[in-house]
Design a protein. Sequence first.
Lengths: 101, 101, 101, 101
Amino acid sequence: MNVIIDICIVPMGVGISVSKYVTQAQRIFEKHNLSHSMHAYGTNVEGPWDTVMAAVKECHQTIHDMGAPRINTTIKLGTRIDRPQSMQDKIDSVTEKLQNQ
Amino acid sequence: MNVIIDICIVPMGVGISVSKYVTQAQRIFEKHNLSHSMHAYGTNVEGPWDTVMAAVKECHQTIHDMGAPRINTTIKLGTRIDRPQSMQDKIDSVTEKLQNQ
Amino acid sequence: MNVIIDICIVPMGVGISVSKYVTQAQRIFEKHNLSHSMHAYGTNVEGPWDTVMAAVKECHQTIHDMGAPRINTTIKLGTRIDRPQSMQDKIDSVTEKLQNQ
Amino acid sequence: MNVIIDICIVPMGVGISVSKYVTQAQRIFEKHNLSHSMHAYGTNVEGPWDTVMAAVKECHQTIHDMGAPRINTTIKLGTRIDRPQSMQDKIDSVTEKLQNQ
């Protein structure tokens, strides 16, 4: 089962700048060879369910190891079995409609 | 690593009433012996990371098997390593403050 | 247009205990006479769109005034026009199904 | 008060393809002159609180008018008062760290 997620990791108790933790998460998705794309409020990640979830767990473990005592993460998570659909497919289907009207 | 999540599962392509799918998810959390509590917009679930995540995956698989072609789930996910904290602890700390002032 | 939301407010840059800010949010929902119910990972709030959103804005303003430099909030937000549905209706429809099988 | 949101609108009861509704939301953000950027699992929108929230309300009203009986939206919403920060600033701060190590 493939999954597309959008993940936003917020370490707490480490001040207001959290970019070094977000950077680390990018490296973890990279390490797991997961297709991923960062935006201003999270990161889209795509791949087999178990691989994606293992990477998410590693993000939490690593960010705790970096010193964050508490982490609050928000994940949107989509699966579909009617047909394959990549992150790019989702964007294309809206972009086409925007251009056609 | 223990985790407290809040999960809201929205099957798509099955009409507007989704309570039978939500009911099934409750049974899955029950089956996994996870402490869980439903509210009007999701379910709080508490337990070891791997058990909770295995239950979430089983929810998706089961709801697809029930006929939903597409599922859109939202998860908030909290871990902390400074001290143990249960779902009830979180509610109590706010309730006390509400009563004391 | 009525709305049911689930809101989780996370002040950043104020340490790891955020219960005093969550307590303040409860008082704001109370002040606006909005039906609301706290759970371990957020608060359900129900009412007219504009009143609910005015309360959400007041939460952010008040929590900034209390000293939080940054706030990260997650909101799930449901509207429906086919029929009225309260927070309790949503819970009841699942509870009934759980008992009937 | 400026806000950066990430919004994901899921119409229910209209089948599994929802791109025409997402397209309409893009047009509404455009019409309100809000800086916005779509990704595979939502749209980042940036601007004054009241303008952004008026656009979100208009999305719900318009998508109901298009025939969706029920809508389930997820919003992440960030405000900060310590310093101005745009959507691009957030991305840049991570991108720089990724390149420097």
